[in-house]
Design a protein around this ligand. Structure first.
Ligand SMILES: Cc1ncc(COP(=O)(O)O)c(C=O)c1O
Length: 434
């Protein structure tokens, strides 16, 4: 593949942008090589600066569920743009967004718009702390909730120890208030809540983790989590920044029929523009400033272009949900089966997890259902597979521990071409010797 222009741009980028990128995983560190610089996108495809075309399964890391540059989203942005880009004052579009979300999602009684998923989770945690008067929080080791200080924390040495910072710059004192447990382990949650009775403000998790690759909850896990949080007066936060409107219109909250106290959103609700949101029970949300004492604010929050883009995308999903979600599920399953068949032909061990249009091919025997099993993957073999897929025109997330996203714009032919590429790439992965 031609790559002269992307190479030159990376060299320039490295001069003035840390690592040459504005978000770390874009740098391709875990798969080797260097990232193509993307010039444009349409439907299921992206084109790089050198003119190479790729079938895209990153979808801007989740937002582009309708495909890139969807006409209804683009037109909504263009229409909003005629009136200006930001007012820092209340607007009709924000009211329409809040009405739309609270109307359609039974678990949302009130909602506050912010500018990213990180802001949404940070703010939800502050609210939980403010509401309960407790400082400690519990998170799941393999779940990512953005880069807020309280959340960049890993498990300490023992199951009941305090968390330790996972990045320099996160104060130890703050990390000590974050307790970390494994996914799919309700007994671990019970132990930690019993040992810290009256001290835990909230339990935050991705109900369907996507940031270690796609993991599925064991039957009953989310129900058990709900019961334990209720018993201990702990605010249950579902982080649906990735899974919201993705695995079903109502996300994992709808699929699991478990009602959290607060939910966070991002990605899809911005239609490709920067957005996040948190919401849930009225009694909690009423505590947010200015109706209550828990402070949270934002110069660009509820930005009219972002509201217009997000609403346009959500309205299409709502209108066509009976066709969209079953089709996404079916083609993602076909894709997964094709990749599995390619692996088995090449004698490579993989496990494919998928829920709706979220999928990961883990290079391990499986089952993959928590952090420990995900970490058993052969990341070098994944990297060989990834590079060959890219070379064959398929753009996957550049890490074993990420989720792939299928969009409404992916057609049967795209899936067939992807499986063909996977047949070649699995052979490359099989050839890898170390
Ligand atoms: C589940 C989840 N929560 C929060 C975030 C952070 O969102 P943002 O990158 O918009 O800050 C992400 C980002 O990938 C996410 O997947």
């Amino acid at each position: 593949m031609k790559n002269k222009k992307s190479r030159a741009l990376l060299e320039r980028a490295l001069m003035h942008i840390p690592g040459g990128v504005n978000s770390p995983v874009r740098a391709f560190k875990s798969v080797g090589g260097f990232p193509p610089f993307i010039a444009r996108a349409q439907g299921a495809y992206i084109w790089d600066e050198d003119g190479n075309k790729y079938i895209d399964y990153v979808g801007s890391w989740g937002p582009m569920i309708l495909g890139h540059n969807h006409p209804e989203v683009r037109e909504a942005i263009a229409k909003a743009l005629e009136n200006g880009t930001s007012f820092g004052a209340p607007t009709r579009l924000e009211v329409e967004m809040a009405d739309f979300l609270c109307d359609r999602l039974p678990h949302l009684e009130m909602v506050r718009m912010v500018n990213s998923g990180t802001e949404a989770t940070m703010s939800a945690i502050r609210l939980a702390r403010g509401a309960t008067g407790r400082d400690k929080i519990v998170k799941v080791s393999c779940c990512y909730h953005g880069h807020g200080d309280s959340l960049l924390v890993e498990a300490g040495s023992g199951a009941l120890t305090f968390g330790t910072p996972s990045s320099p710059g996160v104060p130890k004192s703050l990390a000590a208030d974050t307790l970390v447990i494994p996914y799919n382990d309700a007994a671990a949650l019970e132990r930690i809540l019993d040992a810290n009775a009256g001290k835990i403000a909230c339990f935050i998790l991705e109900p369907l983790p996507g940031n270690v690759g796609t993991l599925l909850p064991r039957p009953g896990y989310l129900r058990e989590v709900r019961a334990l949080c209720s018993k201990h007066g702990v605010v249950l936060i579902f982080d649906e920044v990735m899974s919201g409107f993705r695995v079903a219109f109502g996300g994992m909250t709808e699929l699991s029929a478990v009602t959290p106290d607060l939910v966070t959103y991002g990605k899809i609700i911005g239609g490709g523009l920067p957005v996040g949101a948190y919401g849930g029970k009225r009694e909690l949300m009423k505590l947010v400033s200015p109706s209550g004492p828990v402070y949270q604010a934002g110069t660009l929050s509820g930005n009219p272009l972002a509201m217009a883009a997000g609403l346009a995308q959500l309205k299409v999903l709502d209108r066509d949900r009976n066709e969209i979600y079953p089709r996404l599920d079916a083609i993602t399953e076909r894709l997964g089966n094709g990749v599995k068949a390619a692996a088995s032909l090449a004698n490579v061990e993989i496990t494919v997890n998928h829920q709706g249009s979220m999928f990961t091919a883990f290079f391990a025997k499986g089952p993959i259902e928590d952090d420990a099993s995900a970490r058993s993957c052969d990341t070098a073999r994944f990297a060989a597979f990834f590079r060959e897929m890219l070379e064959n025109g398929v753009y996957l997330a550049p890490s074993q521990f990420e989720t792939g996203f299928v969009s409404c714009a992916h057609k049967d032919d795209d899936i067939a071409l992807t499986i063909e590429a996977a047949n070649t790439a699995m052979k490359a992965a099989a050839r890898l010797t170390r």
